[in-house]
Design a protein around this ligand. Structure first.
Ligand code: ZN
Length: 182
């Protein structure tokens, strides 16, 4: 029987201490590496943490300093609470599709008008963001559905800014009032 450590690290492109070590095997749909541990699928970066530092305390997340989902370099991982993870995500402007999708699944289901679909004439790849053209002026608008009503979060110069505003809004309201958002 191959040892767990060997089995795990053979699937990793190990590089310099300060670089990303990318996962070189199967991934979950959301893009994080997948490993089988005790007969169950586990995130590869979590496995890396366990093998290096020991068990992950309950309710804590293993987060990436480098924001690279494939990366399992233990030096680039840190433990955080859900709030840390959310703050980190907002700060980096990362769109947490997992979290957003979970909201959609939980509260409106896949038939939600926002679920994975573009709004209006949007070509945006982000939830809740649509491009608008008014009198020749182009801007990105962030919209969120709250209690069945569309809330206008704001207009932004870039798609990315609008996506960040959307996320910020969703997360803040989700935390205070989880049932009524999205
Ligand atoms: Zn990395």
């Amino acid at each position: 029987m191959i040892k767990l450590q060997e089995r795990f690290w053979s699937k990793v492109n190990i590089s310099n201490k300060n670089d990303c070590w990318n996962w070189n095997a199967g991934c979950f749909k959301n893009g994080y590496g997948e490993f089988e541990y005790k007969g169950k699928p586990i995130y590869a970066h979590r496995m890396s943490w366990i093998l290096t530092f020991g068990e992950i305390p309950q309710d804590l997340f293993v987060c990436h300093k480098c924001d690279n989902r494939f990366c399992v370099n233990p030096d680039r991982l840190f433990l955080g609470t859900q709030q840390d993870n959310v703050n980190d995500m907002i700060q980096k402007g990362r769109i947490n599709h997992e979290l957003l999708r979970k909201n959609h699944d939980n509260f409106l289901g896949e038939n939600s008008p926002l679920f994975g679909k573009k709004q209006g004439n949007s070509s945006s790849k982000y939830y809740g963001v649509a491009i608008h053209n008014t009198l020749g002026r182009k801007y990105w608008r962030a919209m969120v559905r709250v209690n069945g009503k569309q809330v206008h979060v704001g207009n932004y110069k870039t798609e990315f800014e609008a996506a960040k505003a959307y996320n910020q809004y969703v997360i803040e309201h989700r935390l205070s009032n989880p049932i009524n958002i999205l």
